[in-house]
Design a protein around this ligand. Structure first.
Ligand code: HEM
Length: 472
């Protein structure tokens, strides 16, 4: 019986053409879906069969109705290497071990209560960032760099209870560098993933990519080992961080050391670039839309009046600010095609039959800009979310920056607080201007390449202390 596949180019792009493979992005895949007039497109990326899903209705089929058949993850070289051969939650194969690790993440690590328990870390790190901006002597500040450093520090604080002392600054810098390199490699292109395996591996070795990967994996591993050992050596922590929890589970639930480290890699990498991307794009759009900026600032400054800093307890009051964040994630889901899924066995969908082991990209970017769902889809209009029940938690398939279903993001609360608090403070404490001589139109929206799409160029803006800040 002939299998009926969704429409698409037979081979796209040609194996061996790295440049063309690099052109496979959320944007080119959206164009492909338009070209074939189909929200399901099937193609082959080198040796890898790929299904691209580009409508909210089909996303609901894949991540809700047929979720069980689409809940595997495909294997990619860098993901496997950094997670001890997929002994983690995020990239592991669907099965009993994933289920156990997922349960631990949800019940023990990423609960709303535990996220709240890290509020003092977030408060301290955000205050440090605000002080650094106030003290900056250069005309403009590199917000992209600041956002990434903040995200790294917040996640390290929660994961390891680690606040670096002055004499440990070199360690902090080293670790930030290794984390940055890890994220780059996890998003990067490896021949092994698309070419016949042996041949691809040879290319990756010859081009030096493989050595780079091995070196960074070893650096991250030795850091994780060091932290775990430090925790084993100390007794009765005042506040339980993720390592303490994991070591307890390591004893009670017989997690292996590698599973513990695999989970850490997810936490270190899952929550950093993603929240940095949202912060960058939000500030970019607010600079381009001064009315929205003014409205968000008015809301904050009226509610928080007289305080030095916005506190976490204030956050639920900011209806417009939350609408701004939703609107940013609609236009710029940080992982535009989510984290790839994989079919577990042959599965029928919309009259087509998808073969087993097909990689699946759900194009959240295309869905977020679908004119069938969103009027004026390319415009930044946060008001569309005011008084709207539409949310990003995986129930409304028009807005799925965190995915949905069994493999949906378990870190939503952690991620959202880690970006709401700095954003609220940036807008409360400062008025923002573009660098001298730059017009609003000239502020670019160029995108980086990779699983997580951030600004390609750093966002540099000029801070002016707000009236509230001048009092302090
Ligand atoms: C703005 C912040 C974040 C965004 C946009 C985001 C987005 C995503 C997406 C799109 C997925 C795949 C969902 C799917 O396949 O349906 C995912 C999975 C995941 N995320 Fe997040 N994430 C964020 C923050 C975090 C944080 C802070 C953590 C942990 C501290 C985290 C940990 C994970 C893990 C472990 C998975 C894999 C779940 C599984 O495969 O079972 N994420 N995330």
């Amino acid at each position: 019986r002939e299998v009926k596949l969704p429409p698409g180019p037979s081979q796209f792009p040609i194996v061996g053409n790295l440049r063309e493979l690099r052109e496979v992005t959320h944007r080119s895949l959206r164009s492909l879906s338009k070209k074939y007039g189909s929200s399901l497109v099937f193609l082959k990326l080198g040796r890898r069969p790929l299904l691209v899903v580009s409508s909210a209705d089909m996303a609901r089929e894949v991540m809700k109705t047929l979720d069980l058949h689409f809940c595997n993850r495909p294997s990619f070289l860098a993901h496997s290497k950094f997670t001890y051969n997929r002994l983690d939650v995020g990239f592991s194969e669907y099965g009993p071990r994933w289920r156990e690790l997922r349960k631990i993440s949800i019940i023990e690590l990423l609960t709303a209560k535990r996220v709240r328990s890290f509020s003092s870390i977030r408060r301290e790190k955000v205050a440090e960032m605000i002080r650094a901006i106030s003290a900056s002597s250069s005309a403009s500040v590199d917000l992209s760099k600041m956002f990434l450093a903040l995200a790294n520090d917040v996640v390290l604080g929660a994961a390891f209870g680690k606040s670096f002392r002055e004499e440990e600054r070199y360690l902090q810098t080293k670790l930030h560098t290794a984390m940055d390199e890890t994220r780059i490699l996890m998003s990067d292109f490896f021949f092994t993933d698309y070419f016949p395996e042996q041949l691809g591996w040879v290319f990756d070795v010859l081009t030096g990519r493989y050595a780079r990967l091995k070196k960074t994996c070893a650096e991250m591993d030795s850091f994780l080992e060091k932290i775990i050992q430090e925790h084993l050596d100390r007794r009765n922590p005042e506040q339980e961080d993720f390592v303490d929890v994991m070591l307890r589970l390591n004893r009670d639930r017989h997690l292996t050391r590698e599973e513990v480290k695999g989970l850490f890699m997810n936490i270190l990498i899952g929550g950093t670039d993603t929240s940095t991307a949202v912060l960058e794009w939000t500030m970019t759009e607010l600079m381009k839309n001064p009315a929205a900026m003014a409205k968000a600032q008015r809301e904050l400054r009226t509610a928080v009046r007289g305080k030095h800093q916005v506190e976490e307890d204030d956050l639920p009051c900011f209806e417009f600010l939350n609408a701004v964040i939703k609107e940013t994630m609609r236009l710029y889901p940080p992982a535009p095609v989510l984290i790839p899924r994989e079919t577990t066995h042959p599965i029928d969908i919309a009259g087509y039959e998808i073969p087993p082991k097909t990689t699946v990209f759900v194009n959240a970017f295309a869905i977020g800009r679908d004119p069938e769902i969103w009027p004026d889809p390319e415009e930044f209009v946060p008001e569309r979310f005011e008084k709207s029940p539409v949310d990003y938690r995986g129930r409304d398939f028009g807005l799925i920056p965190f995915g949905a279903g069994r493999r949906g993001c378990p870190g939503i609360d952690f991620g959202m607080t880690a970006l709401q608090l700095p954003l609220a403070n940036l807008l409360y404490c400062f008025d923002w201007e573009l660098p001298e001589g730059m017009s609003r139109e000239e502020l670019d929206r160029d995108e980086s390449y990779g699983i997580i799409v951030k600004r390609k160029n750093p966002l540099r803006l000029v801070p002016k202390k707000s009236i509230h800040m001048q009092k302090f």
